[in-house]
Design a protein around this ligand. Structure first.
Ligand code: PGA
Length: 252
């Protein structure tokens, strides 16, 4: 049994006060949500305050990116150790917006992943194809490239600590969700790749989240797929009612 994860990626939204208010109101709504892990990923500026507001609850705090070095002359960057220091347990790595806005590559994602694991964080590693790649029939090639590049040189034990997020770029923030079947097919393929690389036990234990326009009305259908182990939610995680509705998706 893979325990589902529902994670909210707040991107570049929310002041410290808004983030803290959100978490205070979320706490009672998830106090009994023992069917899944609950994660929120505020912007860097709100991490310390959110970690404090979430203390003693079942809400885990994630950053949205990190550097691969422990410290150094890297203006504007934040190290995995600093994220631990501020109270994070998770970090998102390789999000398509980082790939697009900041030239993130599979090789850099791999370095960040190693550094995050060494610092004791749980990396949530994102991969997924663009619309042009899907239409050209290249989805599997892209997933294979990202997965081989992103996970190079990890041991099966290291890999077993990560969470993967399949996020087709064309579905992010567009209101265009992959159908549950499309997502499940990609998840199945990713799991096969992982099994080839790290062995069947690791493949079958890996939690793969779907991300891309997850909303309260499609969360149940996505989560009903055997292959889908949770959701990485952007837009709909910014409002308490929609995030709570997704967290409490209809269960069989
Ligand atoms: P979205 O974003 O839910 O707004 O599509 C998902 C993500 O980018 O993680």
């Amino acid at each position: 049994m893979r325990r589902p994860v529902i994670a909210g990626n707040w991107k570049m939204y929310k002041t410290i006060a808004e983030a803290v208010e959100f978490v205070k109101r979320l706490r009672p709504l998830v106090a009994k949500s023992d069917h899944c892990d609950v994660v929120v990923a505020p912007p860097f500026t709100a991490l310390a305050a959110v970690a404090e507001a979430a203390r003693g609850s079942n809400i885990a705090v994630s950053a949205q990116d990190c550097h691969w070095d422990k410290e150094g002359a890297h203006t504007g960057d934040v190290s995995p150790q600093m994220l631990v220091d501020v109270g994070c347990s998770h970090v998102i790595i390789g999000h398509s917006e980082r790939r697009h806005d900041h030239g993130e590559t599979d090789e850099r994602a791999n370095r960040k992943l190693n550094a995050a694991l060494a610092a004791g964080l749980v990396p949530i590693v994102c991969l997924g194809e663009t619309l042009a790649e899907r239409e050209a029939g290249k989805t599997r090639d892209v997933l294979r490239r990202q997965s081989h590049g992103g996970f190079a040189a990890l041991t099966p034990t290291e890999f077993s600590r990560i969470i993967m997020a399949y996020e087709p770029v064309w579905a992010i923030g567009t209101g265009r969700t992959a159908t549950a079947k499309m997502a499940a097919e990609s998840h199945g393929y990713l799991r096969e790749l992982v099994a080839e690389q790290f062995g069947h036990g690791v493949g079958s234990g890996l939690r793969i989240l779907y991300g891309g326009s997850v909303k309260p009305d499609n969360a149940g259908g996505l989560m009903a797929e055997e292959e889908i182990d949770g959701a990485l939610v952007g837009g709909a995680s910014l409002k308490l009612d929609s995030f709570a509705a997704i967290l409490n998706y209809p269960r069989r």
